[in-house]
Design a protein around this ligand. Structure first.
Ligand code: UFG
Length: 327
């Protein structure tokens, strides 16, 4: 069975990817430092604890498993935090990725799937956000991810490292069996915070900014189901293993929803009120991020069938009521 090294496999998206990889016939080896991940989320293959900035440790794992590919999810990923502490984003995200990419190249592992983000595009009014759109990140998180995209291009030129880059829009939902799900501490993402407020685990959701230039004044995002997202990764891996070469794909649906629309849909999906208040804008937030690309569907045959708000919220709600991890 082919082995895939999954960095961040103990995290939200990485754990779903491990489940999808196992179902597709691969052995996912999780490499994670557990700084934001959960050992309990590692259910589908071996676990190796370590930090990507520790090159000797990364080399050890490549030597032990000889993976056919890397799926690189491990990263700090909070936009607000990245504005307050840019240094840790450059150190952890860029420093860790560089050690990983160098180790992959040194071990002759030439297939690399990378989680990038629509935050690399920045805030661009009236511009279609497809993969050819200029990247002008407005937060340190997006800047760190764009830098890693550049490293991958340089390593392809030097060592033939083939890569598929996925630029995610907003990932939501959970595994339909609720075996794994979204569990951040502290939580910063919109849908789990809405569900916390609904469940009385926090007093209220604070809407960050009501004066954006959008129909209801709140930010607009393109939400994609985590299970659809990881399906694209399995297709991207197949793409690389078939020798189709390096490529970039947006992963979004092309439809945007405002914060207030997500709240309204959450009320319908759970049949419960969403307690909320309003606050100032959060630093680093773009007004609107909606994918303008159909490339993943056209080239990979990707079908994001679960990426509707009712399904994403219902799956997240099911997980929210039953799931949690301990370290
Ligand atoms: N929001 C609130 N209140 C909250 C939390 C969020 O109003 O308590 C708003 C945000 O201002 C934003 C929207 O809800 O407008 C979504 O915010 P999230 O924090 O859920 O997601 P982000 O858009 O900030 O970022 C997420 C991921 C990033 C990824 C990005 C792409 O965290 O990794 O989506 O848009 F790059």
């Amino acid at each position: 069975m082919k082995t895939v090294l999954v960095t961040g496999g103990a995290g939200y998206i990485g754990s779903h990817a491990c489940k999808a990889l196992k179902a597709a016939g691969y052995t996912p080896v999780t490499f994670d430092n557990l700084c934001t991940g959960w050992q309990d989320a590692v259910k589908f293959g071996p676990f190796e604890q370590g930090d990507l900035r520790d090159r000797a440790r990364v080399d050890e794992v490549f030597d032990k498993y000889d993976p056919v590919a890397v799926m690189h999810f491990a990263a700090l990923s909070q936009v607000g935090e990245s504005m307050e502490k840019p240094g840790i984003y450059w150190d952890n995200n860029v420093g860790g990725s560089l050690a990983l990419i160098e180790s992959a190249a040194a071990h002759g592992c030439k297939n690399f799937v990378f989680s990038s983000t629509c935050a690399t595009y920045g805030d661009q009014d009236n511009v279609v956000l497809d993969e050819d759109c200029v990247q002008r990140p407005i937060n340190s998180y997006g800047a760190s991810k764009r830098a890693i995209e550049d490293i991958l291009a340089n390593f392809e030129a030097a060592y033939g490292l083939k890569h598929v880059i996925f630029r995610y829009f907003n990932v939501a939902g959970a595994d339909r069996d609720a075996e794994v799900g979204e569990f951040h501490q502290p939580e910063t993402h919109l849908i789990p915070l809405i569900l916390d407020a609904i469940a009385g685990k926090r007093d209220a959701l604070t809407i960050f900014g009501t004066d954006y230039d959008t129909p209801d004044g709140t930010c607009i995002r393109d939400y994609v189901h985590v299970c659809d997202l990881v399906d694209a990764h399995v297709l991207g891996l197949k793409w690389l293993l078939e020798g189709k070469g390096s490529w970039v794909f947006n992963l979004g649906t092309g439809t945007g929803f405002s914060v207030r629309e997500v709240m309204d849909q959450s009320k319908v999906a759970t049949n419960r009120e969403v307690p909320f208040n309003t606050g100032p804008r959060r630093a680093g937030d773009a007004t609107k991020l909606v994918s303008g690309s159909t490339r993943a569907a056209a080239e990979l045959g990707w079908k994001p069938l679960r990426s509707t708000l009712p399904i994403m919220i219902k799956d997240a709600w099911r997980w929210h009521q039953t799931g949690h991890y301990d370290k």
